[in-house]
Design a protein around this ligand. Sequence first.
Ligand SMILES: Nc1ncnc2c1ncn2[C@@H]1O[C@H](COP(=O)(O)OP(=O)(O)OP(=O)(O)O)[C@@H](O)[C@H]1O
Ligand SMILES: [Mg+2]
Length: 385
Amino acid sequence: MKSEQVNTPKGNILIVDDTPENLHFLANGLTIRGYEVKCAISGSMALLGVADELPDLILLDIRMPEMNGYEVCEYLKANERTREIPVIFLSALNEVSDKIKAFASGGVDYITKPFQMDEVLARIENQLTICRLQKQLQQQNLRLQKLNDELRQSNRELEEFAYIVSHDLQEPLRAVSSFTQLLAEKYQSCLNVEANEYIGFILNGTTRMRQLIKDLLAYSRLGTKGREFQPTDCNIVLENVLMDLQLVIAETDAKLTHEFLPTVMGDSVQLAQLFQNLIINAIKFHRPEVPPSIKISIEAKNGEWLFGVHDNGIGIKARHFERIFQMFKRLHTAANYPGTGMGLAICKKIVERHKGQLWIESELGVGTTFYFTIPNPDWWAKMGN
Ligand SMILES: Nc1ncnc2c1ncn2[C@@H]1O[C@H](COP(=O)(O)OP(=O)(O)OP(=O)(O)O)[C@@H](O)[C@H]1O
Ligand SMILES: [Mg+2]
């Protein structure tokens, strides 16, 4: 048992004290309990010793001739190599001001003389545990950072891939649909009803595929082709969106009201896409015979703007809340409600690019609210953007 302790020291401790009796007392007490101990009788000797080999912890006397403990500690803390070594001060002084000075110079703890060996050991073990945990935390942080970087990189690659694939699919799809159209126009009279019906299916399929590819392209462009953020007046963004939607608003007899909206740091094109997708959904998923009534609210909350797009539509069951934000996920067939299921995935990505969050609150048969946050411009200023 004893030899095992000698082979694996619990830690390397450097004791710095100009009183030989103190050095002996501490060195003996610590060695017996399995620590490897080095001693120095002055500040300059301690610094020489540290230059040679880094201890896990230093017990440092305050009152010493030439260089006192505070000066030694400040020197250690100013040096990159020795900055992390925990220093526990040893002193006969028991004044609060001395303790404050000890902490101010970089010490982590303070032991007063005469020493109680059990107290010394407890304080050393405490500091070594903190150090160990800090190191573990640093390593875990590094690992997480690395994983995060890898994830970001693979996301970028995936986006590039989706972009290239969807871009390159357009050409052959164009060929399929143009020749099918030609076939329909030129040979309609020579073909029987069934063949013409099949041609119709092909044309429907290609139209739908074109829309899917267009949405996939729009999605993959969000990250790679996004514009730089500028102060953006959301009232103007919304006005433009409503202008584009005026026909569908009139056709559905939709009512839309909004509060005065803020100016945010953002990409005006993407913010317009966000408002447009949410408003179109609010109009599209209205209850039969109930004209859409949509309200856009705004609230300042915890350094962020909280936007709400409220509707009186068909609503969604809580169990679908997560699914609907995934790519191509829909709760209805295209025959009932047109669409590809990319709108909310695009919205989510836009909000995340703006460092915000998007979520839903809804009640089936009553209505739905999509909430999203965008940090206010002060936050961006603090982040140095
Ligand atoms: N305001 C809403 N009220 C009720 N259901 C909604 C609402 N918004 C979205 N949903 C549901 O979430 C699904 C996904 O919405 P999303 O906008 O992603 O796709 P979409 O509108 O079906 O198609 P796209 O937006 O690509 O044209 C919808 O199909 C619908 O089932
Ligand atoms: Mg949609």
